[in-house]
Design a protein around this ligand. Structure first.
Ligand SMILES: Nc1ncnc2c1ncn2[C@@H]1O[C@H](COP(=O)(O)OP(=O)(O)O)[C@@H](O)[C@H]1O
Ligand SMILES: CC(C)(COP(=O)(O)O)[C@@H](O)C(=O)NCCC(=O)O
Length: 399
């Protein structure tokens, strides 16, 4: 399990502590469970005053005495879906039954609902009910991913970056020129979504060759046990041992007429012609070739869909990316190559948490006795924005 604040720094989790969790959302995907929760410690005013330690209810200018804004910290946690029992243990250690993610005035266990998205919100409905007494209040997966992405793009500084030539460059998002864009979410599978505005989107394409394929094939071919191990292995590998390059076919020459350098991959795998067995290849070369094949393919499909709809911007999220240099470099090069330099791949820093964040924001549509942390705020420049959004900005800038 990994826990981190929105600034991305890993924080040690104390699974025994009963944090005061005001709101919690969960995205149960094919590979990973992502949780976003807001842990309260104090409150601050809507006027952006420094957070106070007072736990008293605060009056807000619209005269609605029932609303206060909480201050605290966002936590981002993930578990492997196959180890859902760990997630259940974690949630029970947080004593959600008592503090409730949405318990309102009732402490009855069966009244507690948490926002949940991803296929697992359907698959594990009964498990959460039986083990934790929690009702999963389902939020549609694509809607959550888009809501999470729109929020991050509009409200969080230093969220978006390009990765070119080994360098990260942060991109300033112009909110007046954000839509339409292509959102590429690389989870177990890959979804490509044309986003036209808040709540306005269409899933235009996808591919089943994504993060799950990398992990699954990688484990089979290299005997690695985990995603991190596989990534680590890929660092040391050389894909040219596995892949068939244009130069392998053209006697070391470029195929300039169609714009292919001798170093371009002509075919992902040359093993067949060499009459070798799997054991004859180094696992690190296999891992690197596999990572490159999948990343390159996603970059190409993303570009083709951007072209199909005339989209200038391509944003990428999902936990396959994992801030990993080779993955991002390959996707960036693919987009650059196919678009002839016209388009750029842009990565989201909170990559794997789009769905969980989007589900979290769904709390805003409900009337609760405490306003959920102001993820609804979408004008970061305004000083009157809530302290929560401000905190996200600050912490992101610090990174
Ligand atoms: N610790 C990890 N364990 C398993 N897969 C991981 C891990 N970190 C990154 N991944 C990659 O991320 C993918 C899952 O991404 P994610 O966005 O969480 O999708 P999903 O919602 O399908 O679980 C995996 O298929 C794998 O490629
Ligand atoms: C079915 C899914 C939306 C589920 O999301 P995930 O758990 O992979 O994040 C995704 O795996 C997907 O978009 N697969 C690609 C299917 C296709 O378009 O071929």
């Amino acid at each position: 399990m990994e826990v981190k604040g929105i600034d991305g720094k890993l924080e040690k989790s104390d699974s025994t502590s009963a944090d005061e969790i005001s709101h919690l959302s969960i995205d149960i995907g094919g590979s990973l469970i992502k949780i976003v929760y807001f842990s309260t410690n104090s409150k601050c005013s809507t006027n952006d005053e420094a957070p106070t330690s007072s736990k008293e209810r605060q009056e807000v200018p619209n005269g609605d005495l029932n609303h206060h804004i909480l201050s605290g910290r966002f936590y981002f946690v993930k578990f492997e879906t196959s180890k859902i029992e760990d997630c259940i243990k974690f949630l029970s250690s947080k004593k959600l039954q008592q503090c409730g993610a949405q318990c309102h005035h009732s402490h009855a266990v069966d009244k507690i609902k948490i926002k949940a998205t991803g296929g697992g919100a359907f698959k594990f409905t009964n498990l959460f009910k039986e083990k934790l007494g929690l009702t999963l209040d389902k939020v549609e997966e694509m809607e959550s991913v888009v809501t999470g992405a729109n929020f991050l793009l509009k409200a969080v500084n230093h969220e978006v970056y390009t990765y070119i030539g080994g360098q990260k460059e942060y991109v300033q998002i112009d909110q007046n020129d954000l839509y339409p864009y292509l959102l590429v979410n690389i989870g177990s599978g890959v979804s490509m979504i044309k986003v036209d505005g808040d709540g306005k989107f269409q899933r235009v394409s996808g591919t089943s060759v994504g993060g799950g394929t990398f992990l699954g094939l990688g484990k089979l071919l290299t005997k690695c046990q985990s995603f991190d191990e596989l990534l680590e292995l890929s660092h040391q590998g050389n894909n040219r041992v596995i892949d068939m390059l244009v130069g392998d076919i053209y006697g070391g020459l470029d195929y300039s007429k169609i714009g292919l350098a001798s170093t371009a991959i002509a075919s992902s795998r040359k093993a067949i012609s060499e009459n070798k067995e799997l054991e004859d290849y180094k696992p690190e070369d296999i891992a690197r070739s596999l990572l490159r094949m999948i990343s390159n393919n996603i970059g190409q499909i993303a570009y083709l869909n951007a072209l199909r709809f005339g989209l200038k911007r391509i944003f990428l999220g999902g936990f396959f990316i994992r801030d990993h240099a080779y993955t991002m470099d390959t996707i960036s090069v693919a987009v650059d190559f196919w678009s002839k330099g016209e388009a750029k791949a842009m990565f989201l820093r909170h990559e794997g948490f789009l769905g969980a964040l989007g589900a979290f924001m769904n709390y805003k549509d409900e009337s609760t006795d405490s306003i959920p942390p102001q993820l609804v705020e979408q004008q970061p420049a305004k000083r009157s924005s809530s302290c929560i959004v401000d905190r996200i900005h600050n912490s992101c800038v610090r990174k």
